[in-house]
Design a protein around this ligand. Structure first.
Ligand code: URA
Length: 199
């Protein structure tokens, strides 16, 4: 049986060879990397963002640019060490000009995310932004899956996975907090709820 690292490496390999993705040629033309995810394979908390931005595609690491700086502040505020959580995105390649990911792109990359969730078996899934919230809420048939993020942020939803029950907490995307102090305050408050969920 493959261990968690080997299973994650298979995902890495498959994404690397995902030539059918409309974003594959962007990756090759711009000499950038897919972003698979980073952190502990035994994390209790898994953060799911939208798609890599410029810095992330240049380095192959999730949330390492301006939104990553905000995410680091939020983690530090609740004494969470970045290496102890797992951070990834739904879409693993950067959409050109940072446009929103298309439905087609989300459908193509989401099975990799589903497999990452099964490998890590987190107790808590924290979605960052509307796209990750909508995907996870629909995927796991959570109530209020059509409510906007302004209503659902900071609320806790529960779902059953084959390995046990998981709490899902939608959060605003840290990028919104770069220019909006009110959202930043809300994120700090929601992170306190998030940290109260882990045993
Ligand atoms: N925004 C995201 O959604 N993910 C990243 O990795 C970086 C910015």
């Amino acid at each position: 049986m493959k261990d968690k690292g080997e299973k994650m490496y298979m995902i890495h390999d498959e994404v690397l060879n995902l030539t059918e993705s409309p974003l594959y040629k962007e990756r090759v033309n711009n000499k950038v990397f897919p972003v698979i995810g980073e952190g502990s394979h035994d994390a209790k908390i898994m953060f799911i963002g939208e798609a890599p931005g410029r810095n992330e595609a240049a380095t192959g690491r999730p949330f390492c640019g301006a939104s990553g700086k905000i995410l680091d502040e939020l983690l530090a505020d609740v004494n969470l060490v970045r290496e102890s959580v797992y951070i990834t995105n739904i879409v693993k390649d950067r959409p050109p000009q940072n446009r929103d990911p298309s439905l087609n792109e989300i459908e193509l990359y989401a099975p990799f995310l589903d497999r990452q969730i099964e490998i890590i078996e987190p107790q808590v899934i924290a979605t960052l932004g509307r796209y990750a919230m909508e995907y996870v809420m629909r995927r796991y048939s959570l109530l209020d899956d059509s409510a906007p993020i302004s209503i659902n942020h900071g609320k806790v939803f529960e779902t059953k996975m084959n390995y046990g029950s998981v709490k899902v907490i939608p959060l605003y995307h840290p990028a919104v907090a770069i220019y909006n102090n009110k959202t930043k305050e809300t994120l700090f408050e929601d992170f306190k709820k998030l940290i109260s969920l882990i045993k």
